[in-house]
Write a new protein. Structure first.
Length: 293
């Protein structure tokens, strides 16, 4: 296996994990955690996450919804209020609801709210063409909120059409649209990703990739073609480093994932690394505060 370089320059600017989750586990709301993911069937709270951040030399983080409930957004905003590390919340709202404007007004009083996400993987063709859904996306612009796109690799074309309907909305693609790394399949994902990246209002998270690889046998070499494809498509100006913690733990310890990204980007310029590891998250999510709150 290729050696992974750790070590962080003490003079570096803020490093931000652009994608992680927190939850209080219950079987009914987390049925997607099957037996192969049994280690995730427990609570993951800010006090569990803080030591991981410290060990990996990550300063701050953006927490992302994992349940399609208004209670989820309230829960994550409450976590952000008490955690010194959480600098942004990507929550959930019912984008197709006629009550959406009122719901947005209520949540957007929080300076920690930076965007929203819907769990659209497997449903993109249906949702992205829905008039009410698109009207909901239009409502986000009033508050300068980003929208995270969660899709599978075979739904990139639907996502491209969605983005084309909203040229002034900021979109951030989660997990690089989940390429089929375990199957060593890079096309047509790579070409479709390149086409999506031609839209300047789309960025891409380098998160969740390790769980798309073989959990037991992946190496940096097996991930490299997919990381390179992301850089080719979006350039370092529109890439955000993220972990997908705690989901990543089924395949990779938290600190190791950051070592992988440090190793991959070691030959890039300081400016490019600073952008990927924090600057882009600050810029694209319009983060309201720094990690030293």
């Amino acid at each position: 296996m290729i050696a992974e370089s750790g070590g962080v320059n003490a003079q570096r600017p803020t490093r931000i994990d652009a994608h992680h989750h927190l939850w209080r586990y219950n079987r009914d709301e987390f049925g997607w955690l099957n037996d192969s993911m049994a280690i995730l069937r427990r609570d993951f709270l800010p006090e569990d996450f803080a030591p991981e951040l410290t060990a990996a030399h990550v300063d701050a983080a953006i927490v992302v919804q994992s349940r399609s409930l208004l209670l989820e957004t309230s829960f994550l905003l409450a976590c952000a209020e008490t955690s010194p590390h959480i600098v942004g919340v990507v929550g959930w709202v019912p984008l197709t609801s006629p009550d959406l404007p009122d719901i947005l007004r209520r949540f957007c009083t929080s300076p920690n709210l930076v965007g929203f996400r819907e769990i659209t993987q497997g449903r993109a063709a249906e949702l992205f063409s829905d008039n009410a859904f698109n009207s909901g996306i239009d409502n986000l612009a009033e508050y300068s909120l980003a929208y995270d796109i969660l899709i599978y690799a075979n739904e990139i074309e639907e996502a491209t059409r969605l983005v084309d309907r909203h040229p002034n909305q900021s979109f951030i693609l989660d997990h690089a649209a989940k390429p089929h790394i375990a199957a060593d399949e890079i096309e047509p994902w790579r070409n479709r990703l390149r086409e999506l990246s031609r839209r300047p209002n789309v960025a891409c998270k380098l998160s969740g990739l390790v769980t798309e690889a073989d959990w037991r046998t992946w190496t940096v070499a097996s991930l490299r073609p997919y990381l390179e494809a992301c850089v080719e498509a979006f350039t370092p100006e529109r890439l955000l480093a993220g972990s997908d913690w705690p989901v990543c733990l089924v395949a990779c310890p938290y600190e190791r994932w950051w070592n992988v990204l440090d190793y991959f980007f070691a030959s890039y310029t300081t400016e490019e690394r600073d952008a990927v590891f924090g600057g882009n998250a600050q810029r694209l999510y319009l983060l309201p505060r720094q990690s030293n709150k």
